[in-house]
Design a protein around this ligand. Sequence first.
Ligand code: XBP
Ligand code: MG
Length: 241
Amino acid sequence: MTTLQAIIFDVDGTLAETERDGHRPAFNRAFAEAGLDWYWDEERYGRLLTVTGGKERIRHYAALHAPQIAADPGFPALVQRLHAAKTRHYVALVEAGGLPLRPGVRTLIDGARQAGIRLAIATTTTPENVDALLRATLGPAAAGCFEVIGAGDIVPAKKPAPDIYHWVLEQLALPASACLAIEDSENGLRAALGAGLRCLITVSEYGREDDFTGATAVLPAGDGVRLAGLLIAGERSGSRG
Ligand code: XBP
Ligand code: MG
């Protein structure tokens, strides 16, 4: 059995419940600021989350609901402007302290570091969003927690493609067999499995209906991350069944 050497965390839905009360209002504020009557309510946003990447989500929505805007030659530039505004609003929401870590995340991070397990991040979200969330939740110590942060457009294809996990494994210089991914969504699970990683699922607000076939374990919302810590501690002690 290969000893666990690194844990690779997803961000949105895994480190913190950021989608419903963070990214979603940030998108809506950017749309309103641009004079667009687009509004993503909680239910519609849940459906849109099947498309990973904020820019990709905007393009997907416009193609379905505003084809005349999507067909305009200026649309690519509009997407960039909307997403930059959305990122600004999201960072402000995070910095206001509205998006805490999920229960058990801080304990898991501290415990893993004390056990000498290396930590990394593999996320679809924009790097500025990760930096803001880590600073707001982990404080000045944040910079030292994660050895590698793979985020956003650093790879050509976003989750469910495995690219971001391949990139992080390459930066860690570790084989997939020595690492464990922690995710909250079907897209994230598929990306991790596609890179040959075992993956724990901690079910999030928007992930309850996802298909988690292939996960090493599916841990319930609320207590999932704490249970993940117990599983990992068990594995480290060699008691994995
Ligand atoms: C979740 C995503 C991201 C966020 C929005 O990322 O798919 O696109 O919803 O962030 P993960 P951006 O679960 O992999 O952390 O607008 O910056 O893409
Ligand atoms: Mg996620």
